[in-house]
Design a protein around this ligand. Structure first.
Ligand SMILES: Cc1cc2nc3c(=O)[nH]c(=O)nc-3n(C[C@H](O)[C@H](O)[C@H](O)COP(=O)(O)OP(=O)(O)OC[C@H]3O[C@@H](n4cnc5c(N)ncnc54)[C@H](O)[C@@H]3O)c2cc1C
Length: 493
């Protein structure tokens, strides 16, 4: 494998992780990246003395990162620590702040007035979620599939007792264990992390509740999430992996069953023995490889995760009463969740996540100040393509947040930027500004998700959120491993 060269298209977490796996196993790796920096959605923004995570702000399944480091025979090049509480939730019709502790007794205390016997119910719920996690993680999530038949065979190995859950959505599965609407809303909130809502996310994904509360929890990176990228870049440097920024692949040349070169936006040609695509696996197939199955009309028929409006605020005060990770929910959870994809009116009463990164990383804001990052799920560009009035939505979120915390932060904003789905689309080629790529419904997961090997060119592979297994940083790390295994297998032929 020493002589095989690999061109990686995209320096997102999956591309970087795959590049390091390849480089540490003797491949000669080069990366081309459309943006001016590495990291893709896992990025950082610094201005006016403040720094922010631009996208991901915590991760689960830390052992996947540890295993990645072992696979590459390095020490993990960043430091992280567990979150407890995982996050804090506030509902607009309730002044209480619910702290989602990992300790069950402390958690039960939060709900004692609204959900009798919470602890027993929660244990029962998590026990089922844990079974689903352990029964699927290796044979469904962490496996490559060579055909639909291969996938179906693996599915048949899953304990049939989980079959009824396949018929339920996330919210229905949660509702079987709890009576209080507030508890159901708070426990099902994690479905939003998959970029959809609890009403159209499969019940099987309640396994996420197990990963957050029981299995491994969530983790923060010391110094901000971008330390992950900086750490991997340092390792790549040791293996002479070069990254060419501001280089977008726009076309290709082929030779029979092989791709022979990619062409970039400046007309330059990039050749290698093997190509790994970290650009969105569905969008890239349509836009660059011109595949009919991924034409714009086909892509528009697929289910995509929501867009995000992200806001970055530098405040000249400390927010002593606000936690590091917070969710602010509005009224009418059901109506909101059912409309949020398509109906821009939901933005009048938005739901949003607030991250105060400077709480645990004081160096990311000037002394006495706070770096605040807000994420609001919004319709993708199919349903709202005009963001001229984004200011109004941003201000209404700031106003709502001010009201909830009892401080008019408008008087304290000294730095401010925001990204709409148009920015997200243009920065990283995210289709229609979808934040997490393709959704994870029954027909878009496993062997039904765009494959991590190409249908036409034997020397082209994929890693990233829209191929198997899906969105989120740990899935990106797993995806890099699955693509790496395919490349090694191909290179040994
Ligand atoms: C607002 C937000 C919050 C999130 N929060 C979390 C969180 O808290 N925890 C978590 O685990 N996950 C979170 N996620 C999800 C996580 O960010 C993604 O799943 C993950 O970063 C995706 O990585 P990737 O490697 O698949 O793709 P990307 O990060 O999209 O990387 C792909 C790279 O390819 C480049 N590229 C695209 N097309 C081309 C081309 N033609 N030529 C050259 N380069 C190209 C892009 O510029 C980009 O750098 C969040 C996402 C968003 C948007």
């Amino acid at each position: 494998m020493q002589n095989k060269s690999v061109l990686v298209v995209g320096a997102g977490i999956s591309g970087l992780a795959a590049a390091l796996r390849l480089a540490t196993n003797g491949f000669q790796v080069t990366i081309v990246e459309k943006a001016a920096t590495a990291g893709g959605r896992l990025n950082k923004l610094s201005f006016d003395g403040f720094s922010f995570d631009t996208g991901p702000s915590f991760f689960s399944m830390s052992y996947e990162f540890e295993q990645f480091a072992k696979d590459c025979k390095i020490n993990l090049p960043f430091k992280y620590y567990p979150l407890d509480p995982l996050y804090v939730v506030n509902l607009s019709n309730n002044p209480k702040y619910f702290h989602l502790f990992k300790n069950e007794a402390k958690l039960a205390e939060q709900f004692k007035d609204i959900e009798p016997e919470f602890e027993q119910k929660f244990n029962k719920y998590l026990s089922k979620a844990g079974d689903m996690f352990h029964d699927t993680i290796n044979i469904v999530i962490k496996s490559n599939f060579d055909s639909y038949l291969h996938y179906c065979r693996n599915l048949m190995k899953v304990n049939p007792s989980h079959l009824p859950v396949l018929m339920r959505n996330f919210y229905n599965q949660v509702s079987r264990y709890f009576d209080s609407d507030t508890v159901k809303q708070i426990i099902s909130l994690v479905a939003f992390f998959l970029g959809r809502t609890p009403f159209d996310t499969m019940g099987i994904y309640t396994l996420l509740s197990y990963t957050e509360f029981k299995h491994d929890g969530y983790h923060n990176v010391i110094g901000g999430m971008y330390k992950i990228v900086e750490g991997i870049l340092e390792e790549l440097k040791k293996h002479n992996v070069k990254i060419y920024f501001n280089t977008e692949i726009v076309d290709f040349q082929s030779n029979g069953s092989k791709l022979s070169a990619f062409i970039d936006n400046n007309g330059n040609s990039w050749s290698a023995d093997i190509y790994l695509i970290n650009s969105d696996a569905a969008y890239f197939r349509g836009k660059v490889l011109k595949r009919k199955d991924f034409s714009q009309s086909q892509l528009d028929k697929m289910q995509w995760t929501m867009g995000y409006l992200t806001i970055y605020l530098g405040l000249n005060i400390k927010l002593n009463n606000v936690a590091h990770h917070n969710y602010f929910l509005g009224e009418n959870y059901t109506d909101y969740a059912k409309n949020v994809y398509r109906n821009p009116d939901t933005l009048e009463k938005p739901y949003y996540y607030v991250n105060v990164i400077s709480k645990h990383n004081s160096e990311l804001a000037p002394v006495g100040c706070e770096s605040v990052f807000i994420v609001c799920p919004v319709p993708d560009l199919r349903y709202k393509n005009n963001w001229d009035g984004a200011d109004v939505i941003v201000n209404s979120i700031i106003q709502d947040f001010s009201k909830r915390i009892g401080i008019n932060i408008n008087n304290h904003i000294i730095a401010k930027r925001f990204f709409t789905p148009i920015d997200w689309q243009n920065k990283f080629n995210l289709y229609r500004g979808s934040g997490l790529g393709l959704a994870h419904n029954m027909w878009q997961i496993g062997a039904f998700r765009p494959k991590n090997y190409d249908e036409v060119f034997e020397n082209v592979f994929y890693a990233g959120a829209s191929t198997h297994p899906g969105a989120g940083l740990p899935m990106g790390i797993i995806s890099s491993k699955l693509a790496f295994e395919r490349i090694v297998h191909y290179a040994q032929k």
